[in-house]
Design a protein around this ligand. Structure first.
Ligand code: MN
Length: 230
């Protein structure tokens, strides 16, 4: 048997390697920085929650280049969310927090682009968030740096600028739930597998961007990611 057409496999470059990281699933954590939870209307004490993006929403962006991302349809309020992304290299379910590190392949810097107007309209009606979160090209991503190179990332600056003006800045140590806690909790609901990516949440300062804007962001120890909305 053969495929009726070529099967699609999303993939992300691995820094310092000729190999690609094949993407299986993309999980995202909501409200994992207290200041961002507050700006989204919560009291900051909620447990985090998860949503998904399709693997083909990932757009790899090479360091030192500026990715061209199409401004998406059906929104007048596109927001940036800069995030630390954990890449899973070893699967499992019900992973204890103190063993979660062994499941991390590496880390990347990602943008959880969000049609905020659609997300809020869906949220207010109790409907799923896909139209607000899971659209084409909604997840630009830097190369993945292996854990063997970075060590466990539990602190360090995370930041984003729009047209050179800083909009988001915090520290990974301010995550309400650490990457290890996120992996542990998520693995109670889904069996994690190699190739899964987890966007771990954004700091406060999300804001509207328009066609022509250039977004540049980073996390200490990883690459800078830069995109222009076209
Ligand atoms: Mn997010």
């Amino acid at each position: 048997m053969s495929y009726a057409f070529p099967p699609f496999q999303a993939a992300v470059p691995i820094a310092g390697s000729e190999e690609l990281f094949p993407v299986r699933r993309v999980y995202c954590v909501g409200r994992n920085f207290a200041e961002h939870a507050r700006e989204m209307g919560s009291d900051g004490r909620e447990l985090p929650f998860f949503f998904c993006k399709p693997a083909d929403a990932i757009v790899p962006v090479a360091p030192g280049t500026t990715g061209r991302i199409a401004y998406p349809p059906k929104t007048d309020n596109l927001h940036h969310e800069i995030e630390l992304v954990a890449a899973i290299g070893k699967g499992g379910s019900n992973i204890p927090v103190d063993q979660a590190g062994a499941h991390i392949f590496g880390y990347a810097v990602g943008l959880d682009m969000t049609r905020r107007d659609l997300q809020f309209a869906l949220r207010d009606k109790g409907r799923p968030w896909e139209l607000g979160k899971a659209f084409d090209q909604s997840a630009p991503l830097s190369p993945i740096h292996p854990l063997s190179e970075t060590g466990v990332i539990d602190h360090g600056a995370i930041w984003l600028k729009v047209n050179g003006q800083e909009k988001q800045r915090s520290d990974i140590s301010n995550l309400i739930w650490s990457v290890a806690e996120v992996i542990s909790n998520l693995s109670e609901y889904f069996t994690l597998a190699p190739g899964d990516l987890i966007f771990t949440g954004t700091p406060a300062g999300v804001s509207k961007v328009i066609q022509g804007d250039t977004l540049t962001g980073g996390v200490d120890g990883l690459d800078e990611i830069s995109i222009t909305l076209v």
